[in-house]
Design a protein around this ligand. Structure first.
Ligand SMILES: *Cc1c(COP(=O)(O)O)cnc(C)c1O
Length: 358
């Protein structure tokens, strides 16, 4: 007998390889850094306020997010990273034992949060062109449908028509979570859908485009009664006072900086996609700040690249949804974009690593 929850015993800790590496293109964070306006706020942060609790539900941050997204503060919930927002939303929307459907492959935290909250995970394979199986997700008879656009790890965005079709087909007792961690890098976002449905929650993060992964700030947008339930499930004091100040600066005085870096990332992504296609890889068209391609021996190539000072994210056992993934036995690489020197270093390391692994 132990004193812990039986259903937790075979859940493992999240454990990607996080060993430091000189050039780290493995986690899709902002490799250009953070806005000078954010650094200035952090340097000047008043230490006297550290003895006090932060605001209960980050009202100042909600106001800044309202300004950035054009949505009213009453339709916004924040959290300790969007991981926290997603976990809280799953708990708020579905009782233990209910089903959550999501595309496969997608963000690996989702099946994990499903299990942590006692939900039944229903993976629905992507179609052979990596597009979303909308009918399959709807047919899964799930209380929550989760969709990630642009999708991690494949990088492609879900066309607005597919999202609209999902929204239009939701039953009264179903919620749709659209994870837009990479929305800033895509051509379109799902915000217009919020006007059509009270059952849609769009989650966002400050960890990727805004470069604040270390401060853990996420948020979500949806109908007021939906975000209120997420806020209950999340609990108070989840965004630290320093993180809140930095995030406000990033969305206000630092916004022009972020917009420039997003343009840099989109240009770098085009360069990287072309370079990988020149190497005969089946690159998935990316709407994000990373590029995904099936490649044989992804794990070995990533290890050999790491030995050359470049970290990228390998996948070994992805579902073989496409001809490309079928040909590699489910092996693939995901490479974040960054400044030109980093992309060039990654390509040089990849060429040597692939030669070594053949
Ligand atoms: C990185 C990522 C997140 C998590 O972001 P945090 O705000 O840092 O917790 C959520 N969803 C997807 C798809 C991601 O890639």
């Amino acid at each position: 007998m132990t004193a812990t929850r039986a259903s937790y015993r075979d859940i493992s800790l999240y454990a990607p390889n996080r060993t430091p590496c000189p050039i780290d293109l493995s986690d899709n964070t902002n490799l250009w850094g953070v806005a000078p306006a954010v650094e200035a706020v952090l340097r000047g942060a008043a230490t006297t306020s550290l003895t006090r609790y932060p605001s209960l539900y980050a009202e100042r941050l909600k106001a800044a997010i309202a300004g950035y997204t054009g949505q009213p503060a009453s339709r916004i919930v924040t959290g300790c990273g969007s991981d926290d927002v997603l976990d809280s939303a799953i708990r708020a929307f579905a009782e233990p034992g209910s089903r959550i459907a999501f595309p496969d492959p997608t963000f690996p935290m989702v099946p994990l949060f499903a299990r942590m909250n006692g939900l039944v995970a229903v993976p629905v394979p992507l179609k052979p062109d990596y597009s979303l199986d909308v009918e399959g997700l709807l047919a899964a008879d799930a209380t929550i449908i989760y969709v990630c656009s642009p999708n991690n790890p494949t990088g492609n965005a879900v066309p607005p028509e597919s999202l609209a079709r999902l929204v239009a087909s939701l039953r009264d007792d179903q919620a749709l979570i659209i994870d837009e961690a990479y929305a800033e890098f895509a051509d379109a976002n799902a915000l217009p859908l919020l006007a059509d449905s009270g059952r849609v929650l769009i989650s966002r993060t400050m960890s990727k485009a805004f470069g604040l992964a270390g401060l853990r700030i996420g948020y979500a947008l949806g109908a007021t009664d939906l975000v209120t339930e997420v806020e209950k499930s999340r609990g108070p004091y989840k965004v630290s006072s320093i993180a809140e100040q930095a995030a406000v600066a990033a969305l206000e005085d630092g916004l022009a900086w972020a917009v420039e870096r997003i343009a840099d990332a989109r240009a770098a992504r085009a360069t990287l996609m072309d370079a990988l296609r020149d190497r005969d890889l089946n690159v998935v068209p990316s709407g994000s700040n990373f590029v995904f391609a099936p490649v044989r021996k992804g794990g070995a190539i990533a290890t050999a690249m790491r030995a050359r000072g470049v970290a990228i994210r390998p996948f070994e056992d992805l579902p073989q949804v496409s001809a490309g993934l079928g040909a590699t036995g489910g092996s693939a690489l995901r490479i974040s974009v960054g400044p030109t020197e980093m992309i060039q270093a990654a390509l040089a390391a990849f060429d040597e690593a692939r030669a070594e692994c053949e």
